[in-house]
Design a protein around this ligand. Sequence first.
Ligand SMILES: Cc1cc2nc3c(=O)[nH]c(=O)nc-3n(C[C@H](O)[C@H](O)[C@H](O)COP(=O)(O)OP(=O)(O)OC[C@H]3O[C@@H](n4cnc5c(N)ncnc54)[C@H](O)[C@@H]3O)c2cc1C
Length: 473
Amino acid sequence: MLQTSSHDVIVIGGGPAGSTSATWLARHGYNVLLLEREKFPREHVGESLLPFCYSLLDDLGVIDELKKNFVRKPGVRFIDRDGNISTTWCFDHVIKNETYLSFQVIRGEFDHILLRNAAKNGADVREETSVTNADITSSSDQVTVTSLDSAGKESVHTARFLIDASGREAFIGAKSGWRKAREELDRTAIWSHWGDVKLSGGLEEGLSIIIYMGLEQKGWIWVFPLGENRITAGFVAQNSYIRDQQRKLKGSGSKDWKQDLCMQELLHSKYVQGLLEGSKMLIPTQINGNYSYEVKNHYGSNYAMVGDARGFVDPIFSSGVFLSIKSASLVSTAIHKQLTGEVNGKNEAMETAYQQITGAYNFVHRMIKLFYNPHSVTWAQAGADGEAHKNHESAMAAGHYMLSGDFFENYKKFEGFFEILEDPEQFRRYKKLVIDRDEFVQPTCSSRWDEVFKDMVQRDQERTAGTRDLVVL
Ligand SMILES: Cc1cc2nc3c(=O)[nH]c(=O)nc-3n(C[C@H](O)[C@H](O)[C@H](O)COP(=O)(O)OP(=O)(O)OC[C@H]3O[C@@H](n4cnc5c(N)ncnc54)[C@H](O)[C@@H]3O)c2cc1C
């Protein structure tokens, strides 16, 4: 027999966006049902978090658990394609409290912490339950959702509001024909995790490393530390390049073209080559295609899209989780207003939320276009500090704030910095007056080992001790 249930809010997907929305709305006392297709922990890409996540995660109540479990991230280092020029952006240049120290997370574990937190706060979380249909058209203040669980049981749920947080599946957008690829950013990512790595080049301080690749690939490599000797590393390249290489590798007898291509591209970088020597791959090679897309009609009277379900832009600046949890928080506040009856007709809180959200996504998109424009400056060159010129000094600060995540409330503030980076003449002057200071080309934010790794290592020791006790018993 078909099961039926009725709720205030239904959330599709238990990634960071879904868990954040469910936590906030459950805390407000709503009956929230969260449906997640997978059994957590499940593997996911997107491990490096921006410092502006910190306060949001603190408000969600998970910050102490995160501190115990993950590497801390004080900044990011961009390296040019020849490996000759690099710039290290340290968040403590502009953030003067503890939130400057962000996180490099293992997403399977991170997402699980957030999902459990949603349940702890009162949401009804059901894993291994796929949403198969969602009707947002039959009534303006009710939705009907159909789900299928792992035992094959189909259920129908109704709610006053639906949140689509289904990630890159973009459930409502895809089903309604509202999802459109961003052709200019057609890319694919191939990646894995490695253990037994001797961290160097800034990784040993928790820094993210981003390396420009050749123009042929139109892409980049990431390397982030996930533990004292564990890294995530991968590359992003244009789809046409990936297809060509796939053909070549298969033609020359490759049995696992994804893994072979991943190694081929990573080993182009001498730095990564050094890191991977003697290491071991920890998870099978992963691939993420159909890269960047935009979805129309982000919200209506009875639904809203948050996180990747609302749109996805290239992750070069590690902005995805922040965009997702910040959007989810803003939208949850607007939904609360609507459900308490503070809104009569037009929901202005929702309009304001989506103005900020769209402003932030467009801002990140502009940063990304600049990154891929071969005629403009590279981030490997753009980070130098300077006292010589006031405007350029504030431009330098703007760069740090942008990389930290200050682009929701303040996305309009950084126009000037974009203009400097985009205009070759202005940039030449900026470079002459400001760039090339020693501290910016060093691979360091002067972070101490205990700031970056201590809590996590202590947790591992406690776990090992716990296991030993069990064995003795
Ligand atoms: C190559 C690459 C590198 C990246 N690197 C970074 C990075 O370094 N830092 C960063 O912040 N971001 C990064 N991102 C982006 C980041 O991964 C995403 O922005 C983030 O995971 C979005 O969170 P979400 O909650 O919207 O979606 P997700 O985390 O994808 O969660 C969506 C959930 O919905 C579930 N779901 C889907 N369909 C259904 C359904 N029909 N029924 C029930 N459940 C469903 C899925 O199982 C999933 O658990 C990267 C992305 C890519 C592709």
